[in-house]
Design a protein. Sequence first.
Length: 276
Amino acid sequence: MTTLFSAVEAAGAIAVPSADSDKYSRGVLGVVTGSERYPGAAVLGVEAASRTGVGMIRYLGPERPAAMVLARRPEAVTADGRVQAWLLGSGTDPERDDDERARLVGLLDQALPTVLDAGSLDLFAQAKGPTVLTPHFGELVPVLSAVGVETSKQAVAADPATWAARAAAETGATVLLKGATTVIADASGVRFLVRAGQPWLATAGSGDVLGGVLGALLATHQPALAERPELLAELAAAAAWLHGEAGRTASGGGPIQALDVAEALPAVIRRLLVGA
Ligand SMILES: NC(=O)C1=CN([C@@H]2O[C@H](COP(=O)(O)OP(=O)(O)OC[C@H]3O[C@@H](n4cnc5c(N)ncnc54)[C@H](O)[C@@H]3O)[C@@H](O)[C@H]2O)[C@@H](O)CC1
Ligand SMILES: Nc1ncnc2c1ncn2[C@@H]1O[C@H](COP(=O)(O)OP(=O)(O)O)[C@@H](O)[C@H]1O
């Protein structure tokens, strides 16, 4: 069944720490994003995840984006270690060498909750855990082509719900198809439509911020996801809602940049939790 996702549902997706929480029990997000060409995508995703609330972020991408991430967020850890969820692909190139592919496939073999964005969308068949694909209309076309379904960006734009559901059915992943209305579909069909945002969100890096929000929600719900697989689509919808509301809050009717959206997240979450 398809429903329009609401603020009350989004509030339910926030993992609020308690007196016995520590940084590990809250959830650690592993991030492999950014590249020499698009280092900023790494900064945007890490910033958004940290503003959504997570115990720790391990940024494990290339050197240049790593330096930029640390300059912006000294809280991020660049050493290997335990993680509860992965955010892969924003700002990366799917034309990777064999070593990089083997490394990413190794991460996916861990069967942890994973966001596959942008340059990692092609790895959906290697994902073993609960996986959300986060394509825009253009990025959905090669995903579908990889499973033998030919379409076009124009066709997807004309009927996003149908194509999101088709992609979820064919790939076995949960699909968050970005747009003015974001569609979330899983194996049961279209689950949620999210219309929280507004057109000022159509700005470079906005999707990288969404990836960070969703990564944080997956990392903070890893045990629950193992017990309740349908939660994956709920968290994807919550991420789209928080992203949209943060965009609306940051904008106030005027222009915004992607980093403004990330910075507005704590205020949005505070309003949800304490009704302020
Ligand atoms: N500051 C940064 O580092 C940024 C990095 N970015 C990264 O840049 C890489 C390439 O991004 P794009 O796929 O946007 O590449 P392009 O901007 O090269 O676009 C590729 C194709 O997708 C279409 N397209 C782009 N956005 C669309 C949308 N929202 N709806 C429908 N069609 C759309 C374009 O028209 C084009 O045909 C990704 O890895 C992304 O994460 C972008 O997010 C922009 C900001
Ligand atoms: N017209 C619009 N109205 C509302 N939200 C939009 C609109 N256009 C894009 N968005 C949102 O902005 C984000 C754009 O993501 P994406 O296309 O991946 O951009 P980028 O690659 O620059 O990060 C998505 O979350 C999408 O839902």
